[in-house]
Design a protein around this ligand. Sequence first.
Ligand SMILES: *[C@@H]1O[C@H](CO)[C@@H](O)[C@H](O)[C@H]1NC(C)=O
Ligand SMILES: *[C@@H]1O[C@H](CO)[C@@H](O)[C@H](O)[C@H]1NC(C)=O
Length: 175
Amino acid sequence: MAVFQPNLFLLLPLVSVLVMAPDLAAGDNAAHLHFYMHDTLSGSTPSAVRVVRVSDSTVLGFGDVVVTDDPLTEGPDLRSAPVGRSQGLYAMVSQGTGDPALLLGVNLVFTEGTRNGSTLAVLGRDAVYLPVRELPVVGGSGVFRLARGYALIKTYSLNTTTGDAVLEWDVFVVQ
Ligand SMILES: *[C@@H]1O[C@H](CO)[C@@H](O)[C@H](O)[C@H]1NC(C)=O
Ligand SMILES: *[C@@H]1O[C@H](CO)[C@@H](O)[C@H](O)[C@H]1NC(C)=O
């Protein structure tokens, strides 16, 4: 039996994908959005400002809070086509240094095409050192009214000196 157990573990991610897929198809509308978020703390016009600073460290400490109005673009380059903004905040809510986790609460505000003016609300735990973080999409407005779903977030690049980061988002919603 012991010989088979590792194989079962290898299959688990596949099984969860298969289980999730029918959920997505069940709604009247299903959408997959892919974009990059530019979270810039440095420079004269930052898109993210630390409004609560418990420690002097450049690294966020327990209790620090950052308010954001981050641009969202189609590609990882800030000059690529705009998609919208991520307006909200994040706070370091874990104590200790072993498993840093943010509470992320943002409104994704879309500014292009038929989605212009529509929003998605994301609220969840962002364990920043995990390669992929899953956060709930808890609602939406406009063309996303009554939406629910989840966002998968990956760190595309991070400047450890400034904290500036580019994050890759995949958002799956149904209505
Ligand atoms: C989005 O909507 C705003 C407000 O109605 C408008 O000013 C802007 O031009 C629109 N943008 C695009 C790309 O359609
Ligand atoms: C990080 O930002 C600093 C300050 O802007 C810059 O000097 C440095 O080159 C950046 N590092 C990387 C790896 O981009």
